[in-house]
Structure formats: structure tokens, C-alpha cells
Design a binder for this molecule. Structure first.
Ligand SMILES: [Zn+2]
Ligand SMILES: [Zn+2]
Length: 248
């Protein structure tokens, strides 16, 4: 039996009538992690070592800010992270902009522009790293493992999986990667076959829905029913890219 802390959220997500159960799982996990980082954990030294070094991506930092609570915790975390950035980038920026002549000659560092590109890459790496993304990625990997295990071990789960509306494209790719990582070749093939069938139906249905959305703008179709097409634009965006912060 797989760990219940992972099987319960997986079963809850697959019980929902949604376009992608993994998007549901990701949303719930993200909400929990935002609350975790904005809660008492912010004071734990190992958490702070990680957030000082990695910081957060813009999406997750915005989610923390938009919670509109515990601004002190957020301020403390930002302060020590920024301090780390100052020591790292601030010092290197100064050095790269004006490398000493002696340093250039003896260390054989050559063109100043190479140093600037290197520093730009370092800055980009720092802005992309995110303590929350790393934990989210780990948890989603656990969920994928559980989904694949349940698919072969629990017939009721396999039925729910097969009757679902499929998955968004990023999570389809994640499932395929999980297949290659956790399953034998014959199991991977059986799972992928089932997934391919679900995705084919799901994408074709979505295609018809978005097409009917566009056809409804034709005056000849004005009085015809919308069917499932009224919200086809946001649903198509989510099917293509996963959960996005779209206004309703
Ligand atoms: Zn998804
Ligand atoms: Zn992030």
C-alpha cells in the first residue's frame, strides 16, 4: 500500500469533474506550500537556509504577497534572501564591470564581455530558482508514482482514471516521464495506451467546443444553443498550458 498522505489527495482530485486532475493536485499542493512558507516554518533555520539561497519565482512570490497576511514573515524572508543576493551578485557585478588589469592579464580572463554574459547567466539562474517550486516538483513526482501504482493495483482507480476528461499537455508530459521512470516496459506501454485513448477523446472534444465557440459569432448561429462552448476559451488555454491565473 502506498503512503496515505499521497493516495488521499490523488483520490480526491480524481473524484472531481475537471479537465485535469493533476492541475487540481498542483493547485491544492501549491496552496498548502504557500501557507507552509508563510507560517511558522519561516522561522525554522533549515527552511531559511533554503529560501535565502533559492528565493521564490515570481508566480509563487506573488501568491504569498497576495495572501495579504503575515507580511512580517514575508518581510523577514525577503530581507535575508536579498542580503544573500547583495553579497553574491552585488560584489560580482562590481568586479565584472571593471576587472583589474592585473587580474585580466594574469588570470587570462580575456574579453570583459565574456564576464558580463557569465554574470547575466548567474543572475538569471538566481531569479529562476524557487524553494517552493522544488518542493512542488518533489510532491508532484510522489503523486505520479502513486497514480501509476494505483492504476495497476486498484481496479476502481483505473476506472476513474479511464473515465476522466484527460490531462493538460504539461501534465500529460509529466505522466509520460513518470511512466518511463517508474514502470517496466510492458506496464509503460499499457498505461500509455490508456492515456493516449483518453487524451485523443479529450483533445477532440475540446477542439469541437472551441470551434463551436467561434461559429457562434456567425449571425446564423446566434439563436442556437452554446452547448459546452461558452467557457471554451479558458478551458482550451488550460488544456494547452495547465492551470493559469485566468480571470473568470
Ligand atoms: Zn494539468
Ligand atoms: Zn516557484
Amino acid at each position: 500500500m502506498k503512503e496515505r498522505i499521497y493516495t488521499i489527495p490523488v483520490n480526491d482530485a480524481f473524484a472531481k469533474d475537471c479537465e485535469c486532475a493533476l492541475c487540481e493536485l498542483e493547485e491544492v499542493t501549491t496552496r498548502d506550500l504557500v501557507n507552509y512558507y508563510m507560517g511558522a516554518s519561516m522561522m525554522e533555520s533549515d527552511v531559511r537556509v533554503s529560501t535565502n539561497e533559492k528565493g521564490f519565482c515570481s508566480r509563487h512570490l506573488a501568491a504569498m504577497y497576495n495572501l495579504q497576511e503575515n507580511r512580517l514573515a514575508l518581510g523577514l524572508m525577503l530581507h535575508t534572501h536579498l542580503d544573500d543576493v547583495c553579497k553574491d551578485i552585488g560584489h560580482k557585478l562590481e568586479k565584472s564591470a571593471a576587472p583589474s588589469v592585473a587580474g585580466k592579464i594574469f588570470a587570462g580572463k580575456g574579453d570583459v564581455r565574456q564576464g558580463l554574459v557569465k554574470l547575466a547567466e548567474r543572475i538569471e539562474k538566481r531569479t529562476e530558482s524557487c524553494a517552493l517550486c522544488e518542493r512542488l516538483e518533489y510532491t508532484m513526482d510522489r503523486y505520479i508514482d502513486v497514480i501509476l501504482w494505483q492504476f495497476f493495483e486498484e481496479s476502481e482507480f483505473k476506472r476513474k482514471f479511464s473515465e476522466s476528461k484527460g490531462f493538460c499537455l504539461p501534465h500529460t508530459a509529466l505522466l509520460l516521464r513518470g511512466c518511463a521512470k517508474y514502470l517496466s516496459a510492458s506496464q509503460a506501454s499499457a498505461f500509455a495506451k490508456s492515456l493516449a485513448g483518453i487524451q485523443k477523446t479529450s483533445l477532440e472534444t475540446m477542439c469541437k467546443d472551441i470551434e463551436w465557440f467561434t461559429l457562434k459569432f456567425d449571425y446564423r448561429n446566434q439563436d442556437k444553443p452554446w452547448g459546452n462552448s461558452k467557457d471554451a476559451v479558458p478551458r482550451t488555454i488550460r488544456k494547452l498550458l495547465g492551470r493559469t491565473d485566468l480571470k473568470q
